[in-house]
Every structure is written in structure tokens, then in C-alpha cells.
Ligand binder design. Structure first.
Ligand code: NI
Length: 196
């Protein structure tokens, strides 16, 4: 089932998510729905707060990035099969000199900005079967993980922009929160006027 994606301005996007247990109601269906919602919106990652749930869960399928011609064959192969569910994740280490990458977010349609992040990370999490993993990532996958991980901590990529950039996109963000935007997937806007 395709779920509505919560738009910029909804307080749920600003909340720190709670950890969950195996007993979380209908977890399998939730994960399935999150993937379906993400694919429908052509995203490579989706975090639970973006569908209105303040819990520490996000899904990633980086396959679309594997089409990027500028990547090495090795990178392409890593990205191609990269489909994962991250539950109760914790980034325990980030390393290296920050690099810029043009990020976007399904909750903030039509806004793309360069965001600086460190290139390498170590992450601990449990998967959909609550099996524990400790893994290291770099490059594009690390970038996608960092973006989604921020969501479960109540942080958006726009929070990481300079004061100047923030001022430039302020009007756009206000419009998004009011639903004054054309978007080809289902969304829920916090400040939309009710139609009579
Ligand atoms: Ni996002």
C-alpha cells in the first residue's frame, strides 16, 4: 500500500524517533509499504517519520544510483544490490574530510542543495529479522545512510545548509508545507487549508 509522504513543516519530521522491538505491530507490512511508497516516489531511501511514524526505522534501495555513468564498475555493483532495512540504527563513527553532494528529499520536493558530510561511517543496526549488523560504508551509500539516519534523529538536509541558503529557500519551504506544489506522488501537507 502506498502511504502519503509527510511534507516539510510537519512536526513529526523534527522529532527524535523511538527505538522499536520485534513486537512492533505489523512490522512486516509496514516495511513492505515503506518500500512500495519509496519506489512509487522514485526515492532511494525512506524513513519512518516521513510516513508519520516517529520510530527508528528506515529503508534504502540504492539500485537506481548504479545507473550513474560516472561510477566505477565496483561502485555500480555495490549499489545495484543494495537493499536494506535499518532498525534502531546507530552511527558509531564518521571519518574523513567532508564532501559536497547535491541532496534531495521526498518530504521536500523540488529542493536540491549541496550538503557537506564526511565520506565514511560505521553503523550498528538490526535488520527486519532483528539480526544485528555492524558495517562500514563509504561513498554514495554512506551518503544515503547519513541522510536517512538524520531523519530518525529529527534532522532534515535543509537544517544543514548555511543561513544564507536557508533564507533563499524559505519561501519554497513555506509553499511546500502549505501544499502549494506540484508533486506526482501522494503527500500530506501540515499547513494546507482544508477544502470546503
Ligand atoms: Ni529525506
Amino acid at each position: 500500500m502506498i502511504l502519503p509522504i509527510v511534507a516539510y513543516g510537519d512536526p513529526v519530521l523534527k522529532k527524535v524517533g523511538d527505538p522499536i522491538t520485534k513486537e512492533y505491530p505489523n512490522l512486516d507490512t509496514l516495511i513492505e509499504n515503506m518500500f512500495e511508497t519509496m519506489y512509487n516516489a522514485n526515492g532511494v531511501g525512506l524513513a519512518a517519520p516521513q510516513i508519520g511514524l516517529s520510530i527508528r526505522l528506515f529503508v534504502i534501495d540504492a539500485s537506481p544510483f548504479s545507473e550513474d555513468e560516472d561510477l566505477s564498475e565496483d561502485d555500480k555493483n555495490t549499489l545495484k544490490g543494495f537493499k536494506r532495512v535499518f532498525i534502531n540504527a546507530k552511527i558509531t563513527k564518521e571519518e574523513g574530510d567532508e564532501w559536497a553532494f547535491n541532496e534531495g528529499c521526498l518530504s521536500i520536493p523540488d529542493v536540491r542543495e549541496d550538503v557537506f558530510r564526511q565520506p565514511k561511517l560505521t553503523i550498528e543496526y538490526v535488520d527486519e529479522n532483528f539480526e544485528k549488523h555492524v558495517e562500514e560504508y563509504d561513498g554514495l551509500i554512506a551518503r544515503v545512510i547519513q541522510h536517512e539516519y538524520d531523519h530518525i534523529d529529527g534532522i532534515l538536509f535543509t537544517d544543514k545548509l548555511s543561513a544564507f541558503k536557508k533564507r533563499l529557500i524559505k519561501g519554497k519551504l513555506t509553499n511546500i508545507s502549505k501544499g502549494k506544489i506540484n508533486v506526482d506522488y501522494r503527500m500530506r501537507f501540515p499547513n494546507q487549508k482544508k477544502k470546503r
